[in-house]
Design a protein around this ligand. Sequence first.
Ligand code: NAI
Ligand code: MG
Length: 503
Amino acid sequence: MVASLANDFGQLRGDVRNYLDCERRLLIGGEWVPASSGATFPVIDPSSGKEIARVAEAGAADVDAAVAAARKAFEDPAWRGMAPEARERLLWRLADLVEQNADELGQIETVDNGMLGFVARNLNVMGAAGAIRSIGGWSSKIFGKTADIVAPFPGAECFGYTVKEPVGVVGAIIPWNVPLMLASWKLAPALAAGCTVVLKPAEQTPLSALRLGELAVEAGFPPGVINIVTGYGETAGAALVEHPAVDKISFTGSTVTGKLINRAATETVKRVTLELGGKSPTIVFDDADIETAIGGAADSIFFNAGQVCVAGSRLYVQRRRFDEVVSGVADHANRLRLGAGLDPESQLGPLVSHDQQQRVSGYIRVGTEEGAEVIAGGKPVDADGYYVPPTVLVNTKPTSTVVQEEIFGPVLVAMPFDDIDEVVAQANSTIYGLAATVWSNNLSTVHRIVRRLRCGKVSVNTGGFPHATLPEGGFKQSGFGRDLGYESVLGYLENKSVLIRLQ
Ligand code: NAI
Ligand code: MG
């Protein structure tokens, strides 16, 4: 079976076709407006490299208007005074609408990002709905603490308590790899906490966030609570980070850009959450259920063409089973059918952009120049779309570029290890600390290694899929702060202490 390499737009739903045909605008203060400069930029289908839509290109003036709208909405009793249960219901209504429009949102995401249809619908869109619903539930469960206080002077009976208050206006800047889901990971906790938001999706994938904005208007969020500005990072993104009326920046993306943002945010002492790059290890001990581990290791790096922050991009296998596991993963790679996301036969889609295709192919080249051996993939794909074949490299050194740097494509480096001390040292030897996966049936080995891995999430005997109740985020240069779970909501709350003397 061969999958088609370019999307067949004849398969598009009518509503998606209409959505693409109409120039998309910015959502500011509840209105859909063009950029004040009139500028627009193209949306490209990664399976063909063709332009499929145009969206407004926000500049600093538009960001300023969006922040003003968010500020106004934050001060407005319609939002500030809303009962937490009403906020919760709004978020649940939005989750329902996302779910009801899953087929449409899924197709929009597939032609924008390139991802496979079932991933777009069932993980990205349904994952977004699940996160909005689960995190929305925290709206009504935000509490402070109480303290009995004996005053440091006689006769004063005191009482103290803490309240949690929303940080204010949030600038949310997200990447292009799982666009709708990552939009929900920022919006849901910020709104549950009572903040207002200016969301800037990635310039490569603006469409699903704008459709989410329409659904938010339909759900009944007051104007200005959710604003969406599409535009480039260096202009719209930077204007948001520098804006004095923005209280917090929540960012997901590359470590390089995260550092820039963190530096810029210092100027106005913004609160910052950074979910950055990763180079996550998959660790297979020789007592593991090897067949399952092979499939898990392959999925962990080839899922979404490796464009996943927690992708298992380094495979460490205990020496006795190394050849077996690595050839199993290479076979898996060779069997994957490359193809466009709208074709249900496709098993691996294109990368998001020409830039990413060049960057990932460049890494494969550097890897071989540094002495790695290619045992699967490696060769360019003859197609107009931005394909990179699933690739497995062996014979790398621990210091090799391909072992140390985030590639963000379907490229795996595989290395043998002898014992737990060695693999812990190797696993922890990059600047990153986002996630890890461990395959072993030895309970003691599992518990020992879980504690020693310096990263924000460890999955055991399963691939590391996200769940709305489990926080995601990094140690080390993978960032700080958390998405998902109650921890994500805490990131959008200030603490206020109150001391009262009883007279
Ligand atoms: P990026 O980190 O530059 O872009 C992510 C978001 O940040 C986009 O919305 C972009 O417009 C915005 N941005 C860029 N520069 C900005 C600035 N100066 N101020 C404010 N916002 C800014 O990622 P990029 O360049 O698209 O991808 C490059 C590499 O980053 C990838 O190859 C991959 O290694 C890594 N990456 C990692 C992700 C993760 O989730 N860990 C997600 C996306 C990219
Ligand atoms: Mg960039």
